[in-house]
Design a binder for this molecule. Structure first.
Ligand code: IMP
Ligand code: MG
Length: 181
């Protein structure tokens, strides 16, 4: 699996150091508020678990299972919710967690859906944000790292459902991506 990685962008210590800072910021911002964290599965699993254990607030956690149909490495723009139930976030302050902000389709769809439940506020927290022109205008309030527009895997992020279990974030070798396109 390691042989498929062109280069490592963020190793475990770098990720954990950044999570310490993000968690401190979120803890301070929400210290007196009723916080509900909504994690977008599956990519945000590792991020969610490592970040939330650093936030000592009495928060609630819910997960949304979202499929954004990707032609291998590109989002099609069609976002489907696997479980159609709406989390009970009425009057709550909601923080949406996702692994990466790319085109913006996924987070735009998630935020629109959550707004229907009349939350008090909705903010977005992503581990990675790609520097690029987005298809949908999504503002991430908390960003772990900004990266170039390259395909990355590891620490929850996949390529065709693989590599999620890498402990670091790396760029996948281009030949592997191209072979699948
Ligand atoms: P968006 O809807 O294009 O913003 O894409 C968001 C989703 O696409 C993320 O939650 C990821 O699951 C996936 N994604 C986008 N870019 C990458 C990448 O570089 N590596 C792995 N997954 C990605
Ligand atoms: Mg995902």
């Amino acid at each position: 699996m390691q042989a498929d990685i062109e280069r490592v962008l963020f190793d475990e210590p770098a990720i954990h150091k950044r999570l310490d800072q993000m968690a401190a910021q979120i803890t301070a911002d929400y210290r007196d508020l009723e916080l509900t964290v909504i994690a977008v599965l599956t990519g945000s699993l590792m991020f969610m678990s490592d970040l939330l254990r650093r936030i000592p607030l009495r928060l609630k956690l819910d997960c949304l299972d979202v499929v954004s149909y990707r032609g291998k490495a590109q989002t099609s723009g069609k976002v489907t919710f696997k479980d159609m139930g709406l989390p009970d976030v009425a009057d709550r302050h909601v923080l949406v967690l996702d692994d990466i902000l790319d085109t913006g389709h996924t987070l735009a769809a998630v935020c629109e859906k959550l707004e229907m439940a009349k939350p008090r506020s909705v903010r977005v927290c992503v581990l990675l944000s790609k520097r690029k022109q987005r298809a949908r205008d999504v503002n991430a309030d908390y960003v772990g790292f900004e990266i170039e527009d390259e395909f990355v895997v590891g620490y929850g992020l996949d390529f065709m459902e693989r590599y999620r279990n890498l402990p670091y974030i790396g760029v996948l070798r281009k030949e592997l991506l191209e072979a699948m396109l």
